[in-house]
Design a protein around this ligand. Structure first.
Ligand code: ZN
Ligand code: ZN
Length: 245
């Protein structure tokens, strides 16, 4: 199984794609979140939008879902097969409310989300090519539904989240890598995880971490390298690959 970053940027990133990864299995794939910046990243990897077979949505902020409408239309025109869209049961109605203004009306009459995607509503977990992915409820913005994704024994992917220190320490012994969001800025943002918080974790946990969802400043390779050297932390970037076996 190979995980490749399509983008590692936050909502206000313009020089890099918004945060999303492509997980490739021997015969299928899964994309976690679907920002519009994925189109360019996938093309750069020699892939087309209709190559995407499974999508999971962590939450409904624009930078994580603003490519879904185009993905649905594109696959409808260029593919016989609809991508599977894995949506947590608590998120489904809200996702359709968000997307319906662009997807409901068509020259063939009213359409639903299921006309564009093979919608897979789940409660706790879903499976792709025999691998279980468990949704972990996270605290991102109070009142907002958001989930990370646990793929044991390989990785945990936080999505956008404040730091749940107890959980991260607890699952660190169950997975090889922890992909965690961190804005890498000095000021504390209430809905995200700060560098200071990451640095407060035990060193053995930090060593397993790869940081993502950060501002454009660290697309500058000198800035990124300098921060990695200073902290000993790893920072993801577009096209960074991780292999799991
Ligand atoms: Zn975000
Ligand atoms: Zn968010």
């Amino acid at each position: 199984m190979k995980l490749t970053f399509l983008g590692a940027g936050d909502m206000f990133s313009f020089n890099q794609g918004h945060n999303s990864v492509l997980v490739e299995f021997s015969s299928t794939n899964l994309v976690i979140d679907f920002p519009e910046t994925n189109f360019k990243a996938l093309r750069e990897m020699g892939k087309d939008l209709n190559d995407i077979q499974n999508v999971f949505i962590s939450h409904l902020h624009e930078d994580h879902i603003n490519g879904l409408q185009l993905l649905g239309y594109y696959c409808g025109v260029h593919s016989e097969i609809k991508p599977n869209l894995f949506v947590h049961s608590t998120l489904y109605d809200l996702l359709w409310q968000t997307l319906r203004t662009g997807l409901e009306h068509s020259t063939f009459g009213p359409k639903s989300l299921s006309d564009y995607f093979n919608v897979q509503i789940f409660d706790d977990e879903f499976t792709v090519e025999g691998q279980t992915f468990r949704a972990i409820k996270t605290l991102h913005v109070p009142g907002m539904i958001s989930h990370g994704l646990l793929c044991e024994p390989h990785f945990y992917y936080s999505g956008d989240s404040t730091l749940d220190e107890d959980f991260v320490v607890q699952i660190s012994s169950n997975v090889k890598t922890i992909f965690h969001e961190c804005h890498l800025q000095n000021e504390q943002l209430k809905s995200h995880t700060s560098l200071e918080e990451i640095m407060s974790l035990p060193k053995e946990v930090r060593d397993q971490m790869v940081l993502m969802h950060y501002e454009d400043r660290y697309t500058d390779i000198m800035e990124k390298n300098s921060l990695e050297e200073r902290t000993g932390l790893k920072i993801a970037a577009a096209h960074t690959e991780f292999h799991f076996s």
